[in-house]
Design a binder for this molecule. Structure first.
Ligand code: ZN
Ligand code: ZN
Length: 316
């Protein structure tokens, strides 16, 4: 029997970025990497893997390959508009990493909003009422583009349980979003599906993979179990605070997917902000001056600590 999953821009987007190595390459590009060796130094990915992912990102239109030297021919990889529009997702991943990741002994980043001059936390707000967006304030209904589709499960080498380089800003966050199964499970839980069979029906994930990913998400402190039946013992899966805080990353990924994987009928999912009753249009604002953040309006200071010494480098 053909397995189907609910059409969703999140899933389509995860087909692109639901891969840890890909996320690390995009991060490096945001931090100024252009050439093959820049990416290698920053991510420490194996040559074959890096070259495979760069090729894939070019074919998907997220990076553009440009000749910068004729002989010998050498190329650099520049972020396209499509790739650049993932900026909001990456800011939300960065925010989550700062809140919940274990950054001990790793590099950190300080974001400064040029407009107000303050160090800030990128904050997801509703463009209508300007309140901060929380998962429990968002309702959803099926949009005109809703339907069921056959998922394409390509086999890709995953880096999930391998530690990313200490030079990465998104370690835990890249592992979580880099695992398409885990993110797909979270999509279901965010839409109110808490029981094993409901999640399985929504995601069409094979039982062994589903059980393994649920345990992995519990281990990482993103989901917790709640018993709802004593005899036989049965459990529901609920989000922890850490899991709740991951919501904005999926929300901006959904928005990106809606923009670049348009179904002719319209978006498959329409979100409503319960606080103001309007269709939700999420934007990222500065925690200090509350103004919208523009990609060019942010200074990144990367901080590396080794024992007593601290090295600060401005990038971007
Ligand atoms: Zn609102
Ligand atoms: Zn500001």
């Amino acid at each position: 029997m053909q397995k189907l999953i609910r059409t969703c821009s999140v899933w389509r987007a995860l087909e692109v970025v639901g891969d840890t190595s890909t996320l690390l390459i995009l991060e490096a590009s945001w931090l100024g990497a252009r050439r093959f060796d820049d990416f290698r130094t920053r991510n420490g990915l194996l040559k074959a893997l890096l070259s495979n992912r760069l090729k894939r990102l070019v074919s998907l239109g997220l990076l553009e390959k440009r000749l910068y030297c004729e002989s010998p021919p050498r190329h650099e990889y520049i972020m396209t508009k499509k790739g650049g529009d993932l900026y909001w997702v990456s800011l939300m991943l960065l925010r989550w990493e700062k809140l919940w990741g274990n950054r001990e002994g790793k590099i950190e980043v300080e974001l400064t909003h040029k407009t107000c001059g303050n160090e800030f936390t990128p904050t997801p707000v509703c463009n209508h009422c300007r309140e901060e967006i929380h998962a429990y304030d968002v309702d959803w209904r099926e949009g005109p583009g809703v339907g069921w589709m056959t998922p394409v499960y390509s086999r890709r080498r995953q880096l999930r349980d391998q530690d990313a380089q200490p030079t990465s800003l998104l370690d835990e966050a890249a592992k979580l979003m880099g695992d398409r199964w885990a993110s797909l499970i979270l999509r279901s839980v965010f839409t109110g599906l808490n029981r094993y069979d409901e999640i399985r029906g929504d995601t069409a994930i094979a039982t062994n993979i589903l059980s393994e990913r649920l345990s992995w998400l519990i281990e990482r402190g993103v989901l917790k179990q709640k018993q709802y039946s004593k005899n036989p013992p049965r459990f529901e899966y609920h989000l922890t605070r850490k899991g709740m805080d991951y919501y904005p990353a999926l929300l901006f990924l959904l928005q990106w997917g809606d923009k670049y994987f348009v179904s002719p009928e319209g978006p498959p999912l329409i979100l409503i902000h319960k606080l103001c009753g309007q269709d939700l249009k999420p934007v990222v604002a500065c925690s200090e001056c509350k103004e919208d953040i523009e990609p060019r309006g942010v200074d990144f200071i990367v901080i590396e600590r080794a024992g007593e010494t601290e090295r600060r480098e401005k990038v971007g």
